[in-house]
Design a binder for this molecule. Structure first.
Ligand code: GAP
Length: 546
């Protein structure tokens, strides 16, 4: 059997994108109108995959959480509850969270092409020809950078194919941030040098207006994170439920960021779903809880199939920490569109201290974080200030009153789904109907995440096989998503299911009608064995649990 191709090799990302479109995992938003940059729609299989990711998270972290036992590595037993807060919130929320003043990227504009880029995402390489020197900037995947830069340099220096050796490249690809001479930069879509502006700040929140009148007073923002809905409801949850510290509030929902350069498929998009948890604890225990959540979240990805070398945990250096954080670890994955050895963030686990509750209460920030510039209203009083509500917590046993510390494991459902897709993608060989080895593409999803769990296939369309298969299909469908397929040779039908990651195929053949057994085929090992039809549900359930 040929060695399976793994992420980071070849043009794997292109193949994954193409499979996603062809088989209905993902489509570009508004495609019939030419598409909408930074927005993706999930097709029939993609929506099942993402829903399975979110359901697995919700179940493992909230609904199936054991409130009374002390979990391995945890300092104590704890409770978990859920929440679903609104996307539109009072604008003051974003002032006190820091997003209004601090949530920005540095961007540069191109005066020639009128395009805007994220400063840290432009890379390029120095090149000389015909006595001139230029920094050829590109925005391209790592494996295509040199090809794109070469084509641009040839055009810029007006060279023909046979003169390619006149280009003298100097050094490796570097970030535009490390280039001093802006006037020698050939911007990614420009024909002349020096068309980029100096970097400027650009707030990433989408702005809108509430009500009929469009003015400053009606300004609102689409939430850039789900977390703030949790902080704003902290007191409501404590007062209305029996939760006691330590406990966590979790929510899944859409967030919006006006990313300057959305890219890499669904990795960086403008509309995405987050799976966030705010875990409230006593300040004296917060470091222990931080370590617990960091390790627990890493183990969750591993349990769902993200393997060792592609998955790492990285502690942030001090100068990398967000304005609110006193410690953050990122769980990162080696996405195939990144340069070899590079990783992209899947989830951040942040120790946020008491920043959020204090800020929403008092309107002032942790002394360790950057100060907010509070805008003054016409009456000279601060326009944005804290809620003035007491968001402290009184321990019912010790009577101690304190502002809880928060540990925040913040994950992205789209990035997680993309990582599971990339990890699952594999090319190997499988025998066709005549026993000859043919190449096959297979998505080796964890059965829990696979969009379809079982395919039911009558071997031929006669002798009562379709009728038997349809009966079994209807029974299985009561338990999980099942696919029925009676078209074409059975080997091709297996391949179609392998390509969308269906863990099991159940085939109804001549023996089924005589001895009441069916063949169950395992997607990964391709082993086939005969079982009773009523064993199928348990076999699938067991695989989903492992
Ligand atoms: N409340 C903290 C917070 O929002 P974050 O690191 O900015 O932290 C958390 O976001 C997660 O949300 C990220 O790890 C990532 O998985 C996802 N995410 C953030 N921005 C995204 C984007 N533009 N596109 C897709 N996912 C994104």
């Amino acid at each position: 059997m040929a060695a399976a191709e793994s992420p980071g090799e070849g043009r794997m990302m292109e193949k994954i994108v193409s499979l996603c479109r062809r088989r209905g995992f993902l489509f570009q938003s508004s495609e019939i109108y030419g598409g909408m940059n930074g927005c993706w729609d999930y097709g029939p299989l993609g929506v099942e995959l993402k829903r399975n990711v979110k359901d697995a998270w919700w179940r493992d972290m909230i609904s199936a959480h054991d409130d009374i036992s002390v979990l391995a590595g945890a300092p104590a037993a704890f409770e978990m509850v859920g929440l679903d807060s609104t996307i539109l919130m009072h604008p003051q929320v974003w002032k006190c969270s820091g997003h209004y003043d601090l949530f920005h990227d540095m961007m540069v504009d191109c005066r020639e092409s009128k395009k805007r880029y994220r400063f840290d995402q432009i890379r390029g390489r120095w090149v000389e020809a015909k006595g001139r020197r230029a920094f050829v900037a590109v925005i391209a995947d790592a494996d295509a950078e040199q090809e794109v830069a070469h084509a641009r340099a040839m055009k810029f220096f007006n060279l023909r194919g046979k003169d390619a050796d006149k280009l003298v490249w100097d050094g490796e690809f570097i970030s535009l941030e490390d280039v001093g001479e802006v006037e020698e930069v050939l911007a990614p879509d420009a024909k002349t040098l020096g068309s980029l502006t100096e970097p400027r700040e650009f707030n990433l929140m989408f702005q809108t207006n509430i009500g009929a009148v469009v003015d400053v007073e009606s300004t609102a923002f689409l939430r850039p994170e789900t977390a703030q809905g949790i902080f704003c409801n902290f007191k409501n949850v404590v007062d209305s439920s029996r939760v006691q510290i330590p406990f966590g509030i979790a929510q899944i929902g859409k967030s919006f960021r006006n990313e300057i350069t959305p890219r890499n498929f669904t990795f960086r998009v403008r509309e995405f779903e987050q799976m966030e948890m705010e875990f409230f604890c006593h300040p004296s225990q917060s470091s222990e809880w931080y370590r617990f959540w960091r390790d627990r979240r890493m183990a969750w990805y591993q349990a769902h199939g993200l393997s060792g070398e592609h998955l790492i945990m990285r502690e942030h250096a001090e100068d990398e920490l967000s304005h609110y954080s006193t410690g953050t670890a990122d769980i990162e994955y080696a996405f195939p569109f990144l340069p070899p050895g590079s990783f992209g963030e899947l989830e951040g686990i942040a120790h946020r201290g008491d920043f959020d509750l204090r800020s929403h209460s008092e309107g002032k920030l942790d002394p360790n974080s950057n100060p907010l510039v509070v805008e003054l209203g016409e009456n000279g009083k601060p326009k944005y200030k804290g809620s003035g509500k007491d968001l402290s917590y009184r321990d019912p046993v010790s009577n101690e009153r304190f502002i809880p510390h928060v540990i925040e494991p913040a994950a992205g459902a789209d990035r997680a789904a993309l990582a599971f897709l990339c990890e699952a993608y594999c090319e190997d060989e499988a025998p066709d109907d005549s026993g000859k080895l043919q190449s096959r593409t297979v998505l080796r999803f964890h059965p829990r995440l696979a969009p379809t769990k079982v395919a039911v296939l009558p071997l031929v369309k006669k002798d009562g096989m379709p009728e038997y298969a349809q009966g079994l299909y209807r029974e299985l469908k009561k338990e999980f998503p099942v696919f029925y397929d009676e078209k074409s040779a059975v080997g091709r039908r297996y391949r179609r299911q392998d390509e969308i990651g269906t863990p099991f195929c159940v085939t109804i053949d001549g023996e089924t009608l005589s001895d009441g057994t069916v063949t169950i085929r395992d997607r990964d090992t391709m082993e086939q064995r005969r079982v009773k039809p009523d064993e199928v549900v348990e076999i699938v359930r067991r695989a989903m649990r492992t």
